[in-house]
Ligand binder design. Structure first.
Ligand code: NYM
Ligand code: MG
Length: 188
């Protein structure tokens, strides 16, 4: 196995889809099966930039939309050296969101003006409103048209166990095919 690079497995989707639960389950299962795998998240709230984002998401502070977008981007860039190092060392990384969320959530703000303002309570953080989440989903659907990215659509309405099993099997395939290809540029 020496010399094999790790795979970058990105879990994307709207809020409350179960990404964090599935990310943890996947890393545990891969480690139990003898693979080297670690979980990373975007935003990573523990850094200085991450703290600004967390406060914004918790509605404790206000930030201009473009500035927030760039802070999310900066929060990914600060993880890039670690991501590259881990992948080249053969560690598979499971990412709880990545740059696609950056596009989809900012894109959803731009779609806001053309949408009806129907609201249902969703969660406590910023963006956790049904109408906003529907626009996020539309943006993810646009991004999935890019066939150069190896998207797999998971039906998150199934049981945690069934979803886990599906993601685990797809991840093992992805790790196998990643090992055959050199590390390219990251989509960030
Ligand atoms: N989010 C996440 C963005 O708006 N832009 C980004 O670039 C990223 C990575 O942060 N509602 C939003 C999506 C979520 C929120 O993420 C916090 P999570 O996974 O709910 O902790
Ligand atoms: Mg959330």
């Amino acid at each position: 196995m020496a010399g094999r690079r790790g795979a970058l497995i990105v879990l994307e989707g709207v809020d409350r889809a179960g990404k964090s639960t599935q990310g943890r389950r996947l890393v545990d299962a891969l480690c139990d099966a003898g693979f080297r795998a670690e979980l990373l998240r975007c935003p990573e709230r523990s850094t200085e930039i991450g703290k600004l984002l967390s406060s914004y998401l918790e509605k404790k502070s206000e930030l201009e939309d473009h500035a927030v977008h760039l802070l999310f981007s900066a929060n990914r860039w600060e993880q890039v050296p670690l991501i590259k190092e881990k992948l080249s060392q053969g560690v598979t990384l499971v990412m709880d969101r990545y740059a696609f969320s950056g596009v989809a959530y900012t894109g959803a703000k731009k779609l806001r003006s053309v949408e009806a303002s129907a609201r249902g309570e969703f969660g406590h953080e910023r963006y956790e409103k049904k109408a906003f989440q529907e626009r996020v989903l539309q943006c993810f659907q646009q991004l999935m048209r890019d066939e150069t990215l190896n998207w797999k659509v998971i039906d998150a309405s199934k049981s945690i166990e069934d979803v886990h099993e599906e993601i685990r099997a797809l991840s093992e395939e992805a790790m196998e095919s990643a090992a055959q290809r050199p590390l390219g540029e990251l989509w960030k």
